[in-house]
Design a protein around this ligand. Sequence first.
Ligand code: XMP
Length: 323
Amino acid sequence: TWTMVNIVEEQVERIREQVGDARVISALSGGVDSAVSTALVQRAIGDQLTAVFVDHGLLRQGEAEQVERDYVAATGVNLKVVDAADQFLGFLEDVTDPETKRKIIGREFIRTFEAAEREVLATPGAPVKFLVQGTLYPDVVESGGGAGASNIKSHHNVGGLPEDLEFSLIEPLRTLFKDEVREVGRQLGIPEAIVGRHPFPGPGLAIRIIGAVSKERLDILRAADAIVREETTAAGMDAEIWQFPVVLLADVRSVGVQGDGRTYGHPIVLRPVTSEDAMTADWARLPYELLERISTRITNEVPEVNRVTVDITSKPPGTIEWE
Ligand code: XMP
């Protein structure tokens, strides 16, 4: 942790130098990376920072509230919330291609931030010149920013930025792996509930719905995902798992039987993985009792889902996310 104290002090100093008297906007997403990078910048420059939380409507159950309430209480950050759920749904309508989803979400994210920036600019004060990004070392490598890298997926927080970007980037986590980011977060006093949270992709549930995104499909996936998280936490398995994507095969149906009748519902795929840094991963050997409880609850409580499956593919060859 001595190293992490050094990293905090070094970054705080660096951010102060880079920013000067300018104001800064932060891309707060609800995940650990943006929470820690934002808190680091908050520590460095305080009220010169405005954190913008774009609620794109693609988060999991309860996550928006966690940002708006718990994170603000812990950091004292000046938070501006933008409810953009309808806007994102509109742009994603009928879109099924994974990279197209990412590009649209990345583009709309930046547009929404630019709108928020204009509102912040309209208030008296120094010019807004910087945007905080929670980019980690593995993101840099996978997006082609590192030596010998290949462009596997255009992670929207690195590769998908539009060319008319008005901000200079502050990326204080760019050299760090996830476990180091969590340590930095602890040093900054962010509550364990946020720091210990599993990573979650910027494009959110949009890339966990295989098929087009709709409000109805998001609600189905949210209900299933909430059950998975509740049962995994209750079983004490959170720390054993790197990440636990729950995927809705929205264009697939299978026949089932429940009560008196035949059902024709959608499958849910459980994708629990263990990993050190997300660059490679293995499927998590979860206790059968936990899997059974998850399966029973999802098929009982989510009427549109009649089958629960487990993905037992390592990375490589499978990626962690299905899209
Ligand atoms: P994959 O699926 O490539 O994921 O094995 C590696 C890690 O990156 C996350 N991920 C993303 N994060 N924007 C993000 O911010 C994205 O477009 C994106 N795609 C994948 C994934 O959840 C895992 O932690």
